[in-house]
Design a protein around this ligand. Structure first.
Ligand SMILES: [Zn+2]
Length: 420
């Protein structure tokens, strides 16, 4: 599998890559200025013209569009915030926030194809997709990508481990696309049912995104179950932004977009090894979100990768610029939590805690009550329901704790996860 690449761009020389990216950037900025009114307005306000953007370094002249501001843009200029650059979207997806996005751009499928190819997916394989096929783009995006690669796909969606196992067995499925924790659950269920996973199933490759792959889970997939596994990094608005090769030494930044690592305060680009915010400029002619601030913190490395791909690599997500916390693949915003809690005037203080148990996220809602005599069971169940409806992720439990336990002014959401 070494020296086998999805396309020739993955191994361009540093100089070729620089020229290629500069050219694509110039074209994308000129196109977006012409076709996306919100981008033109942003450029005009900053007194920047497209002909001033000739290199990746020139991107510093363009103000960053922040994820946090994006739902405001969309409220002011519905439905897509003035960033749509085609006459009519074919599809509108709904991501947490809510943030609306049109269909994926062609280059996004190329990026995902590169990611799967680097994991070992090949034409003739058969894959299950265990991402959701409604509201969010993930399921449909992966389906289109697998078609492009000549791989048969089965739209399994989320949940139902026993049916997943039947399908894996009956169709001799070789590839998995989804979150690492869910594959862990499927394998665990197989073993509970008396299967020998390695012997009784044909799974060889697994690709993960939307949830961090812990080193211990990776090791188990590889050593206990003989799988080749790799993960991608992405955002709801842009899809996949970087992907691992089997060297597992960072995530390659594909040739279909530009990633800058910047100081979140100044927007200035940082050098290799420095931690800053991930800013994305995709070569997207449908929804050109140029200089989009993801709020994720990362750094990049420039040393050549033993796999032979020449792109710079991201070192993974090192944290969040803001306060949002991602649990089970969904961002939970403090703002969303305020909204949920405002529906329960019996609650005096709250804090949501995300912890890790057996490599899976556990979401606990800690609450303090104004009055201890109320029906706690009823309150907990309504709170769980409203939380799930608003945040689009199911909490694991509600804990009613003594008044005064949550300090005044503490974070609405606390991330206690440590990956080891
Ligand atoms: Zn590599």
């Amino acid at each position: 599998m070494e020296n086998d690449y999805y396309d020739a761009k993955e191994t361009m020389s540093v100089k070729e890559r620089e020229l290629y990216l500069n050219k694509r950037l110039k074209d994308t900025v000129a196109y977006a200025y012409q076709n996306a009114p919100a981008f033109k307005e942003k450029m005009d306000r900053a007194s920047v013209t497209p002909d001033q953007i000739n290199t990746v370094k020139d991107l510093e002249k363009i103000p960053i569009t922040r994820k946090d501001d994006f739902s405001e843009y969309q409220k002011a200029n519905p439905p897509l915030g003035g960033f749509l650059a085609v006459p009519k979207p074919k599809t509108i997806f709904v991501s947490p926030g809510p943030i609306y996005e049109p269909e994926d751009y062609d280059e996004q499928f190329e990026i995902c194809a590169k990611a799967l190819y680097a994991t070992g997916f090949r034409p003739g394989d058969i894959a299950i997709i265990t991402f959701s096929f409604h509201m969010v783009p993930a399921g449909i995006r992966m389906a289109e990508t697998l078609t492009r690669l000549g791989i048969t796909w089965v739209p399994m969606g989320v949940g139902n481990t026993e049916i997943q196992l039947e399908v894996l067995r009956d169709l001799k499925v070789t590839c998995y696309v989804g979150t690492p924790s869910f594959l862990g659950l499927i394998i665990k269920r197989a073993e509970e049912l008396g299967y020998d996973f390695r012997r009784d199933f044909h799974l060889k490759h697994a690709w993960f995104i939307a949830e961090m792959l812990s080193p211990s889970l990776r090791q188990s997939f590889e050593q206990d179950y003989g799988l080749s596994v790799a993960q991608g990094y992405g955002t709801a608005e842009h899809g996949t932004l970087a992907y691992e090769c089997l060297q597992k030494s960072g995530m390659h930044i594909p040739e279909e977009l530009i990633v800058e690592i910047v100081d979140p305060q100044t927007g200035r680009q940082l050098g290799p090894g420095e931690v800053g915010e991930v800013i994305v400029t995709p070569f997207n002619e449908i929804f050109p979100l140029i200089r989009y601030g993801t709020g994720d913190l990362s750094s990049y490395i420039t040393e050549p990768c033993p796999c032979g791909r020449t792109s710079y690599r991201l070192t993974g997500v090192l944290g969040r610029v803001g306060e949002e916390v991602k649990a089970r693949g969904m961002f939970i915003h403090p703002r969303q939590l305020q909204e949920v809690m405002s529906r329960f005037d019996q609650i005096s203080r709250f804090q949501v805690v995300v912890s890790l148990h057996d490599n899976a996220d556990v979401i606990t809602i800690n609450i303090e009550l104004k009055d201890d005599t109320i029906d706690k069971k009823q309150l907990s169940s309504s709170l769980m329901k409203d939380f799930q409806n608003l945040c689009r992720v199911r909490p694991d439990k509600v804990e009613i704790i003594a008044r005064g336990t949550i300090p005044e002014g503490s974070k609405a959401i606390l991330d206690q996860r440590v990956w080891k």
